[in-house]
Design a protein around this ligand. Structure first.
Ligand SMILES: [Mg+2]
Length: 382
């Protein structure tokens, strides 16, 4: 199935077509990143309802606070409430491929200032289009989807609140539990103030060589630290995500040139195409695609082209509920997604997920597949 073959969805009662939902969810464990501590998340969901009553869902990945890329869930909700009437006004039908242009016509800064809000609305419309035609997202991938997606676990790192020994012990204990559950890749938050050298050394010593280690620095290292970051590769860190600030192209290129560690960007790219450009520009060795920021359609486009560049790729997550996590599992079914994605079990994040929980078994999540229409996970109650 080609995307252009998906018919538009009919818009019915204008007042009820786009609905926003806020849901407060407690995280199972506090997570410390360079840009803040996460103990809970006030989730923003976008629901698109067609004239026939078909419901599509999109989850906005924007966190509660602005430290990640500046976009917050509250600002996204205000923005979407403002543009929703204009997106559907005077229109009888809508397609996901039109959402960006329609949002930009109302607010020229829509995709630059509110990328996660726009992506959530695009996802809700795409999900409705797929469900209205009984079509599975996997049929849009352009190649045979995988039956299971490789899951990675993200470890808590309590960081500076604890003594070094307590922080390291807690990360190692979390890592051992994740490995016991079969996760082949562990992601840990790292940075100059997060006992990183000791944690990497201890994890590699304890776990041996069978597990892939990824450090996510959220741009916390200064340019002077290229040699230090490269040394983390020699200690056993396989991948690093966004070691230097977003616009520090030269430090990323210098790190890639050392050849000691594989590098991917997160905050440093603003679109799926940017992620591919950064690869060509030797700022990274692999691609992490965040559909919460880029949208699923753009991610599929880039994945269709990633193989020709010989790059590894994985799907990056936010603190997703099952609404987005299931969609990410379906995107991770793309054959070009060669590395473990941020799609660990729901139970690692939430006591009770909004949807049927995502379950990783022996490091694999079964992909919903061609017999299951739609893209997003469906909330069990609204
Ligand atoms: Mg990241």
């Amino acid at each position: 199935m080609n995307l252009s073959a998906l018919p538009p969805v009919e818009i019915g009662d204008v007042a009820g077509t786009i609905r926003l939902h806020r849901r407060e969810l407690e995280l199972v464990r506090r997570v410390v990143a360079t840009h803040g501590t996460h103990a809970s998340r006030r989730v923003l969901l976008v629901e698109f309802v067609t004239a026939d009553g078909v419901r599509g869902w999109g989850e906005c990945g924007a966190p509660d606070e602005s430290g990640y890329t500046g976009e917050t869930a509250d600002a996204a909700a205000t923005f979407l409430a403002g543009i929703a009437p204009g997106v559907i006004a005077g229109r009888r039908s809508l397609t996901a491929t039109r959402v960006r242009a329609l949002a930009s016509a109302i607010d020229p800064d829509a995709t630059s200032r509110h990328p996660m809000a726009v992506a959530a609305l695009e996802t809700a419309v795409l999900d409705a289009q797929l469900r209205a035609t009984n079509t599975a997202f996997e049929s849009l991938l352009g190649s045979t989807p995988k039956r299971a997606a490789l899951a990675g676990a993200t470890l808590g790192n309590q960081g500076t609140d604890d003594s070094a020994t307590a922080a390291i012990d807690a990360v190692v204990a979390d890592a051992l539990e994740a490995v016991a559950h079969g996760y082949p890749r562990l992601k840990v938050k790292i940075g100059p103030a997060l006992h990183t050298t000791d944690i990497v050394r201890e994890l590699r010593t304890t776990l041996g060589d069978s597990v892939v280690l990824l450090g996510d620095a959220n741009g916390a290292y200064p340019p002077d630290d290229v040699a230090h970051v490269a040394s983390l590769g020699e200690l056993g860190l396989d991948f690093i995500e966004q070691p230097f600030p977003a616009h520090d192209t030269s430090s990323h290129q210098a790190l890639v040139a050392t050849g000691t560690i594989r590098v991917a960007l997160d905050e440093g790219v603003n679109s799926a195409v940017d992620a591919l450009d950064a690869l060509v520009n030797h700022e990274c060795t692999d691609i992490t695609l965040k559909p919460a920021r880029f949208g699923y359609l753009a991610c599929v486009d880039v994945l269709n082209r990633a193989a020709e560049h010989g790059a590894g790729a994985w799907i990056g997550g936010m603190f997703d509920t099952g609404v987005a996590r299931w969609a990410n599992v379906r995107l991770a079914a793309h054959p070009a997604v060669t590395l473990a994605s941020d799609i660990g079990s729901s139970a690692r994040y939430w006591a009770t997920d909004l949807t049927e929980p995502v379950v990783a078994d022996a490091g694999l999540v079964t992909v919903p597949g061609l017999r299951n229409p739609g893209l997003s996970g469906v909330p069990l109650s609204t």
